[in-house]
Structure formats: structure tokens, C-alpha cells
Design a protein around this ligand. Structure first.
Ligand SMILES: Cc1cc2nc3c(=O)[nH]c(=O)nc-3n(C[C@H](O)[C@H](O)[C@H](O)COP(=O)(O)OP(=O)(O)OC[C@H]3O[C@@H](n4cnc5c(N)ncnc54)[C@H](O)[C@@H]3O)c2cc1C
Length: 310
């Protein structure tokens, strides 16, 4: 097997271009496990650890053009998207680093930090990267669920240049992501979400599994609920492990937005989220159990958000 450790994004693109079928390796916590169990056998490994993609910054948007070209899909053409302030996170930033990101003003990244803190245990968090969690394409990926809730943008490098795409377009299905041959993920942009001084927010990641730690989610919820003067002004409910990719419970979000968090409305929103889940039965849980867990997770989150607002 060939092994490459490029030291620039351009070199990595060149190597991937001339080695079709080569596998990118970041922390190796998914890839090496798959190779050891003979589920994958790439002829070449491109180690991404020398690219300097292991840093993050808060970008206040003042020093960059207001518009960034965003490709929805390779076939659908380009739309222009206005990016505000947010966090630029390199693809090889580890969970150990992500979980330390502070968000005193509840602008969003705290939700990602909470999810990262629940990936595996310390040893895994020291290796596992944000990009690896995304590119592995698992619907149970904890950090990915938080990125879906926060409308993260995915930054990609490849033979035709750099591009940015919404996370919903990047995740295609179990084990499948929207990368063409020769492309790889260079970073993630997590937008800073609005918070008025008078608002209160609860943002958190919760997962249900067969143990309390070191567990793959049977169902997970990345949620951000912002209330102002007793009414929901922002509702984000992303679900993991209950559909082919992490998904948003958009009907429940739309129902909640603009109203108070009364017990009746919490019940109805939990029911809507439960109906939006499309789980399968596998060796870890039945589809019905997963649906019940979605309802329980949403009820629990909204009940605590309501208490916070009082
Ligand atoms: C014991 C154990 C416990 C775990 N627990 C959890 C858990 O609780 N929650 C959870 O979400 N995950 C868990 N995982 C899975 C894994 O740790 C995560 O998915 C992790 O984020 C993968 O990151 P990595 O850097 O190790 O990826 P790698 O293993 O290096 O790569 C994963 C895949 O993505 C590709 N890839 C990686 N980076 C890029 C890139 N920048 N561009 C293009 N392709 C890329 C690789 O080719 C490979 O296909 C666990 C794994 C183990 C072994």
C-alpha cells in the first residue's frame, strides 16, 4: 500500500487526482477499523495531518467579501450566499478541541461542542476529527447532527477548485457524501446565529443508547430553542440515527416558531418530530423504539427550555 503525507492542500489535490481510489485519512478512527475488518482495502492512503487544517477561528466577516459562491450540487448550478460571522473550523480539528469551544452568548457553536464531548471517550476524541465524522457518512454521527442543526457549510477542495455547499446537500445517505473523485473536505463554516439581549436559549445534544457513555446513538437530538418574551423565535431540531442521514424535524420547527412552549404545544411538536423520523429496525433498536425516543428527547428538551424561560 502507498502512503502519502502532503503538506499543502494543492499537493493533496494532485495526489488524489493521480491515485483514484485512494483513501483520505484524518484520525483513522473509522478508516483503520474498516481496514482491519477488511471492509475497506484502499491501495493508497492520503494522510491529511500535514495540511494545517487543525485550527479554527471566529470570523467576524469584516475582512472578507460579503458573498461566497455556494454550489448546491455539481449539476444544479451556483447560487450566491451571503455569509455573516461564524466559526471556520478546519477539517482535521479533533473532537477534543471542538468540545472546548466556548459560546457564552449562545450563538450556536456551543451545541457543536456539546455533541463533540459525547463522541466516544477521551482516546477517540483525541484522534476523531470533524471532517472524518462528516465524510464517514454515518447517520449516527454526533457532531454531524449538531452541524445539521446549525446549518453548517462544507468547504471542499478538488481538481476544479474550492467550493462550499450546504450540509444538507453534502450528506447523501449511509456511508455516502457528496464528494467527486479527487475532492476532499477542507473545513466547516458554522454560522453565528442571532441572539437578542432579552432572549434565552437552550442548545444541547442528547443521545439515547444502550449505555450511558461510549455508545453509538440509537436516536439523537441536536436542539437549539431560543425564546423571547415567552415565545419561540428560533427552533432547530436535528435528529440522528433515525433516517438515512441526520435530518431536521422541519415541521415541528415550523409549528413551534412564533408560539409559547405550553404543554399542549410541546406534545404536538414532539408528535410531529416523531412522525418526521424515518428509522429502520436493526440490531441496536426497532424502528418503533427509535420513534418513541425521538418523541421523548424532543419533549424533554422543550420542557426544559420552557422552564428556562420562566
Ligand atoms: C471506539 C469508537 C467509538 C466511537 N464513538 C463514536 C461516537 O460516540 N459518536 C460518533 O459520532 N462517532 C464515533 N465513532 C466514530 C469515529 O470516531 C468518528 O466518526 C470520527 O469523527 C471519525 O473521524 P476520523 O478523523 O477518525 O476519520 P477517519 O477514520 O480518518 O476517516 C473516516 C472516513 O472519512 C474519510 N475522510 C476523513 N477525513 C476526510 C476529509 N477531510 N476529506 C475527505 N474524506 C475524509 C476517510 O477516507 C474515511 O472514509 C467511534 C469510533 C470508535 C472506534
Amino acid at each position: 500500500m502507498e502512503y502519502y503525507r502532503p503538506t499543502s492542500v494543492e499537493d493533496a489535490v494532485q495526489i488524489l487526482g493521480r491515485s483514484p481510489g485512494a483513501a483520505c485519512m484524518a484520525g483513522g478512527t473509522d478508516l483503520v477499523v474498516a481496514m482491519r475488518s477488511h471492509k475497506r482495502g484502499p491501495h493508497a492512503i492520503v494522510d491529511l495531518s500535514g495540511l494545517g487544517l487543525d485550527t479554527w477561528i471566529f470570523d467576524d466577516a469584516s475582512n472578507r467579501p460579503a458573498k461566497v459562491k455556494t454550489q448546491g450540487t455539481k449539476k444544479a448550478g451556483n447560487d450566491e450566499q451571503r455569509l455573516g460571522p461564524g466559526w471556520r473550523i478546519g477539517a482535521t480539528v479533533t473532537m477534543a478541541v471542538l468540545k472546548t469551544l466556548e459560546d457564552e452568548d449562545n450563538l450556536g457553536v456551543g451545541l457543536l461542542a456539546d455533541a463533540a464531548s459525547q463522541v466516544g471517550a477521551t482516546q477517540i476524541q483525541n484522534r476523531a476529527t470533524a471532517g472524518g465524522n462528516l465524510c464517514n457518512g454515518s447517520p449516527a454521527a454526533d457532531a454531524v447532527c449538531a452541524m445539521v442543526a446549525l446549518d453548517a457549510l462544507i468547504e471542499i477542495a478538488g481538481p476544479t477548485g474550492a467550493e462550499t455547499m450546504p450540509i444538507g446537500k453534502f450528506l447523501l445517505g449511509p456511508g455516502r457524501v457528496n464528494l467527486e473523485p479527487g475532492q476532499f473536505l477542507t473545513g466547516i463554516f458554522v454560522p453565528a446565529h442571532d441572539m437578542k439581549k432579552s432572549s434565552v436559549a437552550l442548545q444541547e445534544y442528547r443521545k439515547v443508547g444502550s449505555r450511558t457513555s461510549l455508545v453509538i446513538a440509537v436516536a439523537g437530538l441536536a436542539a437549539r430553542t431560543v425564546l423571547d418574551k415567552g415565545k419561540v423565535v428560533e427552533s432547530r431540531l436535528a435528529l440522528s440515527s433515525v433516517a438515512p442521514t441526520c435530518i431536521r424535524a422541519t415541521e415541528a420547527e415550523a409549528y413551534l416558531t412564533g408560539g409559547p412552549l405550553s404543554p399542549d404545544r410541546i406534545r404536538e411538536a414532539s408528535h410531529l418530530a416523531r412522525e418526521e423520523a424515518r428509522p429502520i429496525t436493526d440490531l441496536r433498536a426497532t424502528d418503533q423504539y427509535r420513534k418513541e425516543m425521538v418523541s421523548a428527547l424532543v419533549t424533554d428538551h422543550l420542557t426544559r427550555a420552557a422552564a428556562l424561560a420562566q
